[in-house]
Structure formats: structure tokens, C-alpha cells
Write a protein that binds this ligand. Structure first.
Ligand SMILES: [Zn+2]
Length: 436
């Protein structure tokens, strides 16, 4: 029996509620299936009463709460099971907020706030734990938070390790790899015309590049615009220092915003690469595929997809070049490395949304050796198909279209709206201040 599952009424963490509810207000099919058949003739939520000869249309509200709470204690822990640190529980969230999240899935939107208030009032704990919630089955219960902790501070050598925490990590990743099949909705096939826009910021003023020295030229080819050679590759979200990968974006604005966010450089060169063969990419848009939290038959899938969703949230966060990248990026680097090397069939890269534009960012498992320039001839052939040309025998994975190269100015803007206010004693941060 997983922790958090309570048979004993005194320990279950919530009190009974009175009243009845129309079955039609229960929007989630799995939750509804758990509380049928209708037995009641009135609804205390919308006030509906029985018409002459009408069959039962409602159920006791307490039956719904009972099934709701089974799912709730799979997603969250009791407050006293949360880690205790410096005199208070940490990694907790407001119970009312947690209930409203689940209620928004469970009920028709017109009644979900009201039901959320009723249910929150029935729960004993003002806050609930978010770490190690028992969601999942006996075989698989692993959350991003635990993974992060394990690989950052306990055992990051997951591919060599065969016992201890490393073993647990690799078993979990294996299940994740099995999930990412072509039928899972997680694999995105990108055809050869797909565009991977890459931006490289210029660390010097434009004057510097005008110098006659041939070493001072604006980037203008695949080598200069592509990933750095291995010895110079710095740590990034999905690639450790020394292991280059190709980062690009769906469009120029996304590519520029991603690089401009952490530099004071004033210019960037952008160029578009096209794959020479269709690519199989792991898409981290896992949230849309999440099964219902009330569907007990899909718990494993839910755990795996929740993990991928958290992975996505972490890799989409703005980069802070504050020197902590070497530890902060370890968890995402390990998952990316796993999908690069161990997933079958292999994937060519990962698609994740940009926190700046919401459009797609790409990481392609390609090094400086996997990219090349499209020759001028080939570009002309694309414009005039059928021309007899001698192309290269084996094109490299990503090819830069020289006609796409542009020089862009970056503007670093100052935002004078209040991100937070000082009350005279403490700082209050405005909602929506993502950097906090
Ligand atoms: Zn009703």
C-alpha cells in the first residue's frame, strides 16, 4: 500500500461533506465512472430538483469527494510527510491551490470553484507536500524532484552504476525510453524542409570585424555559425561542457531572444539550417498527453509524462550564466544524454518550447562534424529543380542555407513597470515576476 493511502478514517486527512451533485457536473470520465449510478433527485450545487417521473440524476457529494481524495493523495502527500527544514515544512503547496488544480480537471468549469472551496474546507492540512507524492504503481514511482536530487548530489554516473540510487535512475529512464515510441505522441517527425534557425551573438563591436585581419570576420558559414568544437563547448541545458550539441529554434525571433537574454552583445548573426534527412525528435509537449489523475489504469503513463513535463519546464527556463550551470544542468543533461544514446529507436534531438516566445526550440545531437554549408549550386538547384548538378555523396546532417544569413541588432530594453515593491520592511514581488 503506498504511503498517503488511508483506510483509517481518523488518518485519512479529510472530513465528510453533506449534499448531492448532478452527475453531469462531473466532467472527468474516470471520476464519473467511479461514482455511478445516480441515486439522488436533487443537486445542492446547482439547485436542480426532480421533475415529475424523472429518474435519479445526482449522487451523494461525499461519494465524489471520496474518489476525488484517492486521486488527491496520489498527487500530494500529507503536510507532515514533507521534508522538515529549519523549523518548517518545505516543498509544500497551498491545499486550496492543489485542490483547485485537480477540481479544474474533475468538474464542469462553471462549478469547479465552488466544489474546490467545499473540498478544501474538508481537508485537514492547510498545505500539502509535493515531494515524493505516491502517484504511480508499486513498480514505478519516481518524480523529477527525486531524480534531480539523486543525480546532482548522490550518483550522476547512471550509465556505469549498477547498484544504489544510480540503478533506480537507470531503471526509470529505461521505462521512459520505452514510452517514447512512435505511437506515443512524443515523437515528432521533422521533414527535410524543416528550418532550424540558429543565432550567434557577436562579442565585439562591428568595427572590430572590419579589421583586415582574416581572423576578424563576421560569421558567414556553417563552421562559424554551428556548434563550437568539442574543447570549446560550454555547459548548456542539455549538453555538458566539452560535448557540443546544435541548439536552434523554429524562427528567428525565438533564436534571437534565447541568445539575447543572457548577453550584453549588441549584434547577432542568424542563419537557417535544414536537415539532409527527416529527423526523429522527442517532443516535450507531454502535458497535452497526460491521462486523467482519476484513471487508476493509467497511473504509470501519468508518472512518466509528468516527469517529462517537469523536464520540459526545467529546460525551458531562461538560462542564468551564474556559474552554477555545472550542477544545475546535470539532471537535464543526463536525460538528454539518455535519449541520445540509449533510447530505441534513437532520436535525433529534442523539441521544447521557448519560455520567451512559446514557440519551439530544438537541440539536435549534432557536432561541428555533422554540419556543412549548402553550396551555391545546390541552392540554385532548389530554385530551379531539374538542373544537372554533381552533389556531394553523403550530405551531412544539418546544412546551412547561405542565402538565409543575416546580421541583426540586439536591443536590451529596460522595463520600468514594477516587478516588485519595497514596503519599507520587506520586498513584495508582483505576480508574474518569473525571475523570482
Ligand atoms: Zn446540479
Amino acid at each position: 500500500m503506498p504511503p498517503g493511502y488511508f483506510n483509517d478514517d481518523d488518518d485519512r486527512g479529510w472530513s465528510d461533506v453533506d449534499g448531492t451533485i448532478c452527475l453531469s457536473h462531473v466532467a472527468d470520465p474516470s471520476l464519473r465512472a467511479a461514482v455511478v449510478p445516480a441515486s439522488e433527485y436533487a443537486c445542492s450545487i446547482c439547485g436542480r430538483t426532480r421533475q415529475p417521473e424523472e429518474p435519479p440524476f445526482a449522487v451523494p457529494l461525499n461519494d465524489v469527494l471520496t474518489s476525488f481524495m484517492e486521486a488527491f493523495w496520489r498527487e500530494y502527500t500529507r503536510m507532515d510527510q514533507a521534508p522538515y527544514f529549519n523549523g518548517s515544512y518545505v516543498l509544500t503547496t497551498d491545499t486550496a491551490w492543489a485542490v483547485s488544480e485537480l477540481a479544474s480537471i474533475a468538474f464542469e468549469s462553471t462549478h469547479s470553484d465552488r466544489l474546490s472551496d467545499l473540498f478544501s474546507a474538508a481537508i485537514d492540512d492547510p498545505e500539502v507536500g509535493t515531494l515524493d507524492a505516491p502517484v504511480g504503481t508499486d513498480e514505478i514511482s519516481f518524480a523529477w524532484s527525486r531524480f534531480e536530487e539523486t543525480v546532482k548530489h548522490e550518483s550522476r554516473f547512471v550509465f556505469a552504476g549498477s547498484t544504489g540510487p544510480g540503478r533506480e535512475v537507470i531503471e526509470f529512464l529505461d521505462r521512459l525510453g520505452q514510452l517514447a515510441s512512435d505511437h506515443s505522441g512524443l515523437i515528432k517527425h521533422m521533414p527535410t524542409p524543416s528550418a532550424f534557425v540558429r543565432a550567434r551573438t557577436l562579442p565585439h563591436d562591428l568595427d572590430w570585424y572590419h579589421d583586415a585581419d582574416p581572423g576578424r570576420q563576421l560569421p558567414a558559414d556553417a563552421r562559424a555559425l554551428g556548434p563550437a568544437p568539442a574543447p570549446q563547448a560550454s555547459a548548456n541545458r542539455m549538453s555538458p561542457a566539452g560535448i557540443p550539441m546544435f541548439y536552434g529554434a523554429e524562427d528567428e525571433e525565438t533564436a534571437l531572444t534565447e541568445v539575447a537574454a543572457y548577453t550584453t552583445d549588441n549584434h547577432a548573426v542568424v542563419g537557417t539550417f535544414h536537415p539532409s534527412r527527416p529527423l526523429r525528435m522527442l517532443s516535450l509537449h507531454a502535458k497535452a498527453l497526460l491521462p486523467s489523475p482519476f484513471d487508476e489504469t493509467q497511473l504509470e503513463l501519468r508518472v512518466l509524462l509528468m516527469f517529462l513535463d517537469e523536464f520540459q519546464q526545467v529546460v525551458s527556463r531562461p538560462i542564468r550564466p551564474d556559474g552554477r550551470q555545472h550542477v544545475e544542468y546535470v539532471p537535464t543533461q543526463i536525460v538528454a544524454e539518455f535519449f541520445r544514446r540509449a533510447a530505441t529507436p534513437k532520436v535525433d534531438g529534442i523539441v521544447f518550447p521557448s519560455s520567451h516566445t512559446g514557440r519551439s526550440n530544438y537541440v539536435v545531437f549534432a557536432t561541428a562534424d555533422d554540419i556543412e554549408d549548402k553550396s551555391g549550386e545546390e541552392v540554385r538547384q532548389r530554385a530551379h529543380p531539374g538542373m544537372d548538378l554533381h552533389g556531394p555523396e553523403t550530405p551531412k546532417l544539418l546544412r546551412l542555407d547561405p542565402t538565409s544569413i543575416r546580421l541583426r541588432r540586439l536591443r536590451h530594453r529596460i522595463d520600468t513597470s514594477d516587478a516588485g515593491t519595497f514596503t519599507g520592511r520587506t520586498w513584495l514581488m508582483n505576480p508574474g515576476n518569473d525571475d523570482w
